[in-house]
Design a protein around this ligand. Structure first.
Ligand SMILES: NC(=O)c1ccc[n+]([C@@H]2O[C@H](COP(=O)([O-])OP(=O)(O)OC[C@H]3O[C@@H](n4cnc5c(N)ncnc54)[C@H](OP(=O)(O)O)[C@@H]3O)[C@@H](O)[C@H]2O)c1
Length: 358
């Protein structure tokens, strides 16, 4: 059944299915769909309901929903722990390459549009101008390689699918903003000392998951139109370019920690299992040409810190959490915070630490 046919059969609302609905982007997608009168959430399976690592289950699972199938599915599921991908390449390949290819095939067979998320890590990171959609890829780590192979698998299985690359996402869940605020809060309470040290030689564009989700549902609406466009590859991110250091400075300034020092450091100071791209700015000209452009990342950050996903307990000027002002210069000491830094889970006590995912 064509998407137009299915829409008329189910009323006027566009039905969207979400994969990876518990992730940063997935949660914002579900919220954007549920908050739009013209959209309906067709499905958003949890890992317990559908393990995406088992592609054989896709067909039967969809067939059980034959009468309520979506017009469009957005895949926000992936194995996103960049360093862990190096030590678990088979799992990375299964989730980042084979799984999206299998979904693209299963959905194409049923006439359902597919939007698949990908990453700036597909590029080598040695560019000097923003990467365009058709620039050669050249991933330098297992995560990037398997995501690039996932893009290819999707477009081979369904040339009408849309692969959306984005970068430096922050939203509900573990992310860089939370890691920085966690470190800042620890310095306020004296639990940690010394300046934060943040990488200043990697350039990119922070992207709010909420803004991205709004853009993705706009793309679903476009895809439901008669031309079934856009297809192929598309770059989406908030406007503006910075470094992780610049991002961290803005986070502290906006969250009430303007007095906390950050020391800019080189990538080599924090060795990681997977190399990080030095330059991962995505060119967004194609999206702008179709009327989709996203606000500046600084504005998006302000929106995040004031919005429903704000990490309230970590914001300095929140009445419940304002700690004492620092009483003098702090002794120098390490405060390693990088794009894949450790993040104390606020729900767990030290020394339990988790990795911030990409
Ligand atoms: N975060 C970034 O900075 C960034 C940048 C560029 C591109 N992207 C891309 O954007 C997409 C979404 O990223 P994100 O940051 O929202 O990721 P995320 O927060 O890590 O969420 C990924 C989701 O995938 C689900 N998942 C993983 N393996 C699964 C399995 N076997 N079965 C069922 N569900 C599974 C996870 O479920 P659980 O919650 O159960 O673990 C989680 O809900 C990915 O394609 C990523 O490559 C992200």
């Amino acid at each position: 059944m064509s998407p137009e046919g299915r829409r008329s059969a189910t009323g006027t609302r566009l039905r969207i299915g979400v994969l990876g609905a518990a992730g940063q982007i997935g949660r914002c997608l579900v919220r954007a769909i549920e908050g739009s009168a013209d959209l309906e959430l067709a499905f958003a399976p949890t890992r317990a309901e559908l393990d995406l690592g088992e592609p054989d289950r896709i067909g039967p699972w969809l067939d059980r929903r034959r009468t309520t199938l979506p017009d469009c599915v957005v895949n926000a599921a992936a194995f996103t722990k960049v360093d862990a991908c190096e030590s678990q390449p088979e799992l990375a390949r299964r989730l980042n390459a084979r799984m999206p290819g299998a979904w693209a095939r299963a959905l194409a067979e049923r006439g359902i549009a597919f939007l698949h998320l990908s990453t700036d890590y597909v590029f080598p990171g040695d560019g000097r101008r923003p990467y365009r959609e058709d620039d050669p890829t050249g991933p330098r780590c297992v995560y990037g390689l398997t995501k690039r192979d996932g893009e290819r698998a999707v477009l081979e299985a369904d040339p009408s699918a849309l692969v959306v690359r984005t970068s430096w996402v922050f939203g509900p869940g573990r992310n860089f903003v939370l890691a920085i605020l966690d470190q800042a809060a620890k310095r306020r309470t004296g639990e940690a000392t010394g300046p934060l040290r943040v990488v200043d030689d990697q350039q990119g564009s922070p992207t709010a998951a909420g803004d991205l989700a709004e853009a993705l549902v706009a793309l679903c609406r476009l895809r439901a139109g008669p031309g079934r466009e856009p297809r192929g590859c598309l770059h989406l991110r908030n406007a503006g370019v910075t470094t992780w250091y610049g991002f961290a400075r803005a986070i502290l300034d906006q969250a009430g920690y303007g007095d906390l020092a950050i020391e800019p450091v080189a990538t080599g100071v924090f060795p990681t299992a997977a190399p990080r791209p030095a330059y991962s700015v995505l060119d967004t000209g194609r999206a702008a040409g179709m009327g989709i452009s996203m606000r500046a990342w600084t504005e998006a950050l302000a929106g995040y810190l004031a919005g429903p996903d704000r990490p309230t307990s970590l914001i300095a000027n929140h009445p419940l959490t304002s700690g004492p002002e620092p009483s003098g210069p702090e002794p120098a000491g390490p405060g390693p915070v990088g794009p894949e830094s450790t993040l104390s889970d606020p729900t767990l006590s030290d020394p339990v630490r988790r990795k911030v995912s990409h």
